[in-house]
Design a protein around this ligand. Structure first.
Ligand code: MG
Length: 158
């Protein structure tokens, strides 16, 4: 038996903030603003796993009003979603994602993100896909105002 889930995320970009994606810090003069570490890729994947299980959304489990999650490592959220998934008797089949970011180029960092996410998701690296797109200089992404992410995940019953 399979379950499919979808998640997305958006964070504002500002100078003086870190840019963390898939648990990897990316050198950038603009970083993501958020209550936690603002890892938009990890948030989208976490939401996709919760969605596949119909367990609500990341905000319901890890409120951005909760001081515990201030500057939190978003892998804490991801690992908790994986724990809930396993408790329900599922494992990850594969994950496919898109990062929409104007700059910097993410290609040099994709493998490191895939490796970190694969460990947290308890799958091989070949089950974790990360694609990067620019905003073609239009919209919030293209105007360097935001980073957007999307993720789909397939879960299979263990
Ligand atoms: Mg987020």
């Amino acid at each position: 038996m399979f379950r499919i889930g979808f998640g997305n995320d958006i964070h504002r970009l500002e100078e003086g903030r870190k840019l963390i994606l898939g648990g990897v810090e990316i050198p950038s003069n603009l970083g993501a603003v958020g209550h936690s570490d603002a890892d938009a890729l990890t948030h989208a994947i976490t939401d996709a796993i919760l969605g596949a299980l119909a367990l609500g959304d990341i905000g319901a489990h890890f409120s951005d009003k909760d001081e515990r999650w201030k500057n939190a490592d978003s892998f804490v959220f991801l690992r908790e979603a994986v724990r809930m998934m396993k408790e329900k008797g599922f494992s990850v089949g594969n994950v496919d994602t898109v990062i929409n970011l104007e700059q910097p180029k993410l290609r040099p960092h994709i493998e490191a993100m895939r490796e970190k996410l694969a460990v947290a998701l308890e799958v091989g690296i070949d089950s974790v896909s990360i694609k990067a797109k620019t905003g073609e200089k239009v919209d919030a992404v293209g105007n360097l105002q935001a980073i957007k992410t999307e993720a789909v995940v397939l879960l299979q019953r263990i």
